[in-house]
Design a binder for this molecule. Structure first.
Ligand code: NAP
Ligand code: MG
Length: 496
């Protein structure tokens, strides 16, 4: 399988001949990521150190190597960032003509496209995801969001929001580590287009792409303070940001647990709040489904981004009559997946993002076995360094099992069966979450009926994990509230 290689050799793309780096090294991405040894916060248009002078490291989860050091955000840093955003809101961004605002947002979109390779490599190094995913999904989706929302900026009067829709003011935005750049784009693009200024806090394990985005914002010559990026621990910098009285809107994506804490903490403050939290999506396969297509959809549904996806299809609900056949086909397909070096263009599953997440996956998988489900993984040799978990399928799963109820956020699929569409709906809705679902059937009428019955913000028909900036995304129940994407995503940043 993969031989461990020094990161610097890969990153610099020199010194070591590709053929000596890896077993199938000719397909390894060699674009340099140009990572600086350290980064400050991006506040008021400049990179500045933490008020404490402290930094922390971010590592490559596939190798354990340190990539860079970033500023440890303090409450004083949050004060500075919020003050910069407030000043920018009043002095530059709000008075600016909508067409000029649009032009700035377009500039960011174009710069992301121009620097797409570099961003993709950086994202893969910091997060652990396969390069083909950061290259073909994360980065293009990020620029697409900026392009899409740039188009709205000077058309708000015609968007059906009523007369004179106003921005909310300063937005405090906290994002997770699973899609670091794309989550930054989902937060910043609609906020900026609607006329707000932003303070964004990326996750501690994946701060680098947001910092490169800050560099892009700087080069796009946005007025200072319109976008601020503050790194640091969620419990300190994140908590200080969302609690700051100078913030008008909090947008959070992450765990349901922290989301609930935020909701409690913000009660009565009058701040606008949107939450995009966890999920336990059902991918429902009927006996008339286009089966080969469904197998691909199941694989993509749970193994895309190592399953570290809030809308991952982590519960396969398959009609009883075809369950054995589907599981057999699925196992055969899993045997072809390549797990390993995220920079290899052929890799299907990369590293788990961090040690805590790996432990959580391991713990839940062990609970699955202990509760009587049957665990299966294809033969694969995992790299000896970094955080790895093989693609895993559990059969004999009962709805009461923890692996059927709790969000695992890893490459672990729980297979359950059903007999009738009514039973499929009941089982799919038997969750505290409500983010997404997939339905596989040739019957159009059944798809429409299911879509109406399933309590999920998104229902994919004969597909899974499809995204588009024009489509609103978001959940019900403990998956949060508010929508990102489309016109509703814009409304979340407007006083209408
Ligand atoms: P998390 O703790 O909710 O972190 C998400 C973001 O919130 C990070 O930027 C984090 O900063 C920050 N944060 C943490 N505590 C905060 C606080 N008290 N106030 C304000 N911000 C705070 O999620 P996680 O630890 O990364 O992952 C835990 C679980 O969340 C996963 O196992 C998964 O189930 C779920 N998750 C869901 C999504 C999603 O897209 N819905 C994404 C990621 C994770 P730090 O990085 O510094 O902690
Ligand atoms: Mg990292």
């Amino acid at each position: 399988m993969i031989k461990e290689q020094p990161l610097t050799a890969a990153r610099n793309g020199n010194g070591v001949k590709p053929s000596k780096r890896l077993a199938y090294a000719t397909s390894r991405e060699s674009t340099p990521a140009n990572i600086a040894p350290s980064y400050g916060h991006f506040i008021g248009g400049a990179f500045v150190p933490s008020s404490s002078g402290e930094t922390f490291e971010t590592t490559n989860p596939a190798t354990g190597e340190v990539l860079s050091r970033v500023a440890t955000g303090t409450p004083e840093d949050v004060d500075r960032a919020v003050a910069a955003a407030r000043k920018a809101y009043e002095k530059y961004w709000q008075p600016l003509s909508p067409a000029r605002r649009a032009a700035y947002v377009y500039r960011i979109a174009r710069a992301i496209s121009e620097r797409s390779r570099e961003l993709a490599v950086l994202e893969t190094l910091d997060n652990g995801k396969p390069i083909k995913e950061s290259r073909d999904f994360d980065v293009p989706m990020s620029s697409a969001h900026f392009f899409y929302y740039a188009g709205w900026a000077d058309k708000l009067d015609y968007a059906g929001f009523g007369p004179d829709p106003r921005p909310l003011g300063v937005a405090g935005q906290v994002i997770p580590w699973n899609f670091p750049l794309m989550m930054a784009a989902w937060k910043l693009a609609p906020a900026l287009a609607a006329g707000n200024t932003c303070v964004l806090k990326p996750a501690s394990t994946t701060p680098l792409s947001a910092l490169l985005l800050a560099e892009i914002v700087q080069q796009a010559d946005l007025p200072p303070g319109v976008v601020n990026v503050l790194t640091g621990a969620g419990s300190v910098a994140g908590a200080a940001l969302v609690a700051h009285p100078g913030i008008d809107k909090v947008a959070f994506t992450g765990s349901t647990e922290i989301g609930k804490d935020l909701q409690r903490a913000l009660a009565g403050t009058g701040k606008h709040l949107t939450l995009e939290l966890g999920g336990k999506a059902a991918n429902i396969v009927f006996d008339d489904a286009p089966l080969d297509q469904a197998i691909e959809g199941i694989v993509n549904g749970i193994f895309f981004n190592q399953g570290e996806v809030c809308c991952a299809g982590s519960r396969l609900l398959v009609q009883e009559s075809i369950a054995d056949l589907v599981v057999e086909k699925l196992k055969r397909r899993l045997g072809t997946l390549r797990v390993g070096d995220p920079l290899d263009k052929n890799t299907d599953l990369g590293a788990i993002n961090n040690a805590a997440q790996l432990e959580k996956i391991q713990e839940l998988a062990e609970a699955g076995e202990a509760e009587g489900a049957v665990r299966w993984s294809p033969k694969c040799v995992l790299p000896s360094h970094g955080y790895w978990f093989p693609p895993t399928v559990f059969t004999n799963v009962s709805p009461a099992h923890r692996i059927a109820r709790e969000e695992i956020f890893g490459p672990v699929l729980s297979v359950l069966t059903f007999r009738t569409p009514e039973e499929a709906v009941a089982k799919a809705n038997n969750t505290t979450y409500g983010l997404s679902a997939g339905v596989w059937t040739e019957k159009g009428s059944r798809i429409l009926w299911m879509a109406g019955q399933l309590r999920a913000g998104v229902v994919w028909a004969n597909s899974f994990n499809r995204f588009d900036p024009t489509s609103p995304f978001g959940g019900y129940r403990e998956s949060g509230f508010g929508r990102e994407g489309g016109r509703p995503g814009l409304a979340a940043y407007l006083d209408v």
